[in-house]
Ligand binder design. Structure first.
Ligand code: DX5
Ligand code: ZN
Length: 216
């Protein structure tokens, strides 16, 4: 499954570009939220998420929350109607509490992990997460190049999930193109976030098709 990140879409034509991707089979969008503190950049607020759900009620809004002010930001995005919220393992020492909070509010709970964090740190939370987001770039900006250590990290996480007899989809985010998608798919990832490849490198329809072809 491909989850386009709208970070590199044309902000002045956002609705049209989302519609075009949806017309070409995309059902889930990756909404990158940056708080200017956990990462050195700012992006959207909860209004974007509620506007998305209002305009496209059938599409899944996956929020990638790059914030460490979770007591403020998580409730805002729950209230805005996010279907799934992926917060960072590095952003809090109350990981379990926030996973429970999301479930109590009927929102799917994802855990994101940055490239420098040892993957073993996920172990404690595997029985409570609905999805794992493996960052293949440093969070904060679109258009960065893929970290070559990612496939090995995905493979290890995939093994950890199997060893625990669980079924948790692994998603990879950052630098995904028609080459890197093959490497992470082979390592066990199921969901692929692509921003610039879909919205910046050519017609949206063509880019989606190229990515799908490469993945199959
Ligand atoms: C980076 C974001 C990514 C990124 C993906 O902080 O989490 O979702 O925008 O963009 P590309 O595909 O351009 O790396
Ligand atoms: Zn992201």
């Amino acid at each position: 499954m491909i989850a386009p990140s709208i970070l590199n879409a044309n902000n002045m034509k956002l609705g049209e570009e989302i519609q075009e991707a949806a017309d070409n089979g995309i059902t889930r969008f990756h909404l990158d939220i940056m708080d200017g503190h956990f990462v050195p950049n700012l992006s959207y607020g909860p209004e974007l998420v509620s506007a998305f759900k209002k305009e496209f009620p059938k599409l899944t809004a996956e929020v990638h929350l790059m914030s460490n002010n979770l007591p403020v930001t998580i409730p805002l995005f729950v209230e805005a109607g996010a279907d799934l919220i992926e917060f960072h393992l590095e952003a809090t020492d109350k990981v379990e509490e926030w996973l429970d909070y999301l479930h109590a509010h009927h929102v799917k709970a994802g855990l994101a992990i940055s490239p420098e964090t040892p993957v073993e740190e996920l172990q404690l939370y595997l029985n409570k997460v609905d999805q794992i987001l493996v960052m293949s770039v440093k969070p904060g900006f679109g258009g960065q190049s893929f970290n070559e250590k990612t496939p090995a990290r995905v493979k290890r996480i995939y093994q950890m999930i199997k060893e625990n007899n669980l079924e948790i989809p692994i998603e990879v985010d950052g630098g995904i193109d028609d080459q890197t998608i093959k490497q992470v798919k082979e390592a066990g990832a199921k969901i692929f976030v692509a921003g610039s490849y879909i919205f910046k490198k050519g017609p949206i329809k063509q880019q989606i098709q190229k990515l799908e072809k490469a993945a199959n």
